[in-house]
Ligand binder design. Structure first.
Ligand code: NOJ
Length: 546
């Protein structure tokens, strides 16, 4: 399947649009906004999980893969969304959380009742004396083993204790996984995002004396074979289904292996290395300026590494697990338009398939909550307690959460400057960002030179340019201290993308003879005259061959 011409828009259903006045976004709400969505020129909409779930991890704890959680609507609503979106030429991409189930899932309940067939769907293991089977830490803090007294055994949960890891080494589990995917293919779904899918093969269960256990269960030996098998039974039997695997702590080598079409594993992968450049000593819950050189180096090495071995990347800064990029790598107070459009350009014109996360196209920022009561996310709440136990002061913890919490990327879509920003007629499940009076979709659409209209231009550019869709990637200005730059080439021409990541002017020493500007975020640019770039300026320049 052609991937370079696609653009995906991600919706966090809980926060998009509330059609039934309960303060929570729903499926019908998305259907009601299809016209707006189609205006972007997108091809697919990825929806975060809306299946039956106790919602301990906002739907990433699934209790029934075949039913819709009533908070979000009904199967009829989902069928209607698929049909109506298809009328706009948009496919739906569903989120498959297949590494673990909720402990409320009937398989887990049967396992807990002692049914050995279902116990083998999970990892139940004896402890080591008074200790759990291994010393691995859960991604949300604490041990990743939970004790079950009746069996005097522990079960594995790499995430919350209500998210039990499935045992993919069991062929019956793999059959069930294919059944789930096929069920949704039969409903007309055109894409799948596979949650933390490089964790499905646990290589060995042993204590980790170098880290927190990751190396024993990340990119395990059978990830490729198991996904290939899943694909052969389901999505790879069709040529119009797009897949993307979310890869935790992965490598370029693994991602090229997963996405090289010859291996028939996945279409694309998400990796997160570029989103750790503001971690101090590799630790998320810290405050640090982002390391620009590291960011550039990661972009360059992933782009060239993936292309060398015919891999394909998903391009993104924002998603439901990340703070908003405009607040993180840009300047959401002094240069919101310039930094949002610069960031969009920096990523959209790379080689791969770009993703837009709801609200990004109108410049939604971090929500800067001031008290812990405003937070909802399980990871943020767990780490709040952990940081307190570490003796970190309350105001410091809040400052860290304001920069790092996943709730920053989950606040309700800002539709207009009215009640609850037009998201709901009642109090929303998570507070609306205070800046909704100025940052909202209505204002963005009505202003000719808004972030929204810039995104549309960027997407339109990709759609009509084979060079952007398929051209090669080449790093430029690798040692520049404030500008990230690259070239895309094919037999027809060359495209240069220049992005000034800072709120200060910058000079670029680069030969731009015969190039003309085809897109930029300043009304006029002096880059062709004196090689100067303005604050957070971005320019895209094209030179045609012959
Ligand atoms: C990754 C998802 O993106 C995240 O939101 C979730 O909490 C974990 N996987 C566990 O499913």
């Amino acid at each position: 399947m052609e991937l370079g011409d696609k653009v995906v828009y991600q919706i966090y259903p809980k926060s998009f649009y509330d059609s039934n006045d309960d303060g929570i976004g729903d499926i019908k709400g998305i259907t009601m906004k299809l016209e707006y969505l189609s205006g972007h020129g997108i091809d697919l909409i990825w929806l975060n999980p809306f299946f039956v779930s106790p919602q301990n991890d906002n739907g990433y704890d699934i209790a029934d893969y075949y039913e819709i959680d009533k908070t979000f609507g009904t199967m009829k609503d989902v069928e209607e969304l698929i049909a109506k979106a298809s009328g706009y030429g948009i496919g739906l991409m569903f989120d498959m959380v297949l590494n673990h189930t909720s402990t409320e899932h009937e398989w887990f309940k049967k396992a807990l009742s002692g049914d050995q067939y279902y116990k083998d769907f999970y990892f139940f293991k004896k402890g080591e004396g008074a200790n759990p089977p291994t010393n691995w830490e859960s991604k949300y803090g604490g041990s990743c083993w939970e004790y079950v007294e009746e069996f005097d055994e522990y079960y594995l949960h790499l995430f919350d204790k209500t998210q039990a890891d499935l045992n993919w080494d069991n062929p019956d589990v793999r059959k069930e996984m294919a059944n789930i995917v096929n069920f949704w293919i039969d409903k007309g779904v055109k894409g799948f995002r596979f949650d933390v899918i490089n964790l499905i093969s646990k290589d060995s269960f042993e204590d980790d004396f170098e880290g927190v256990g990751k190396r024993f269960y990340t990119d395990g030996i059978n990830v490729g074979p198991y996904l290939h098998e899943l694909g052969e039974r389901s999505f790879n039997r069709y040529d119009d289904i797009m897949t993307v695997g979310e890869m935790s702590a992965t490598s370029i080598e693994k991602c090229t292996y997963y996405t090289n079409p010859e291996n028939k594993i996945l279409g694309t992968t998400f990796n997160f290395h570029h989103l750790k450049v503001d971690y101090q000593n590799n630790e998320k819950w810290t405050l640090a300026q982002f390391d620009f050189h590291e960011l550039k180096q990661l972009f360059h090495s992933w782009q060239t590494g993936m292309q060398e071995n015919n891999g394909w990347s998903a391009l993104f800064y924002n998603c439901h697990d990340q703070p908003r990029a405009i607040s993180r790598f840009g300047d959401d107070k002094n240069y919101p338009y310039e930094s949002a459009t610069m960031l969009a350009t920096s990523i959209h014109l790379q080689r791969g398939t770009p993703y837009i996360y709801y609200g990004e196209e109108i410049g939604m920022t971090n929500n800067y909550f001031e008290t812990i009561e405003q937070y909802r996310d399980v990871e943020s709440l767990n780490y709040y307690e952990i940081m307190k136990r570490q003796g970190i002061k309350e105001n410091k913890i809040i400052e860290i959460l304001q920069a790092k919490s996943r709730d920053n990327g989950r606040s309700p879509m800002q539709w207009d400057d009215g009640l609850n920003s037009g998201f709901s007629r009642v109090k929303p499940w998570l507070e609306i960002n205070k800046n909704y009076k100025s940052v909202n979709q209505e204002t963005a659409i009505n202003s000719g030179d808004s972030i929204y209209h810039y995104y549309r231009k960027l997407i339109a550019l990709r759609k009509k340019s084979d060079l952007i869709q398929n051209g090669s990637y080449q790093p430029l200005l690798e040692n520049h201290d404030s500008v990230y730059a690259y070239k895309r080439c094919d037999s027809q021409g060359e495209l240069i993308v220049l992005c000034n990541f800072y709120g200060e002017k910058s000079v670029v020493d680069i030969d731009l003879t015969d190039y003309r500007i085809i897109l930029g975020n300043y009304a006029s640019s002096s880059v062709l005259q004196d090689h100067t770039m303005q604050e957070f300026e971005t320019v895209v320049l094209l030179k045609n061959h012959g």
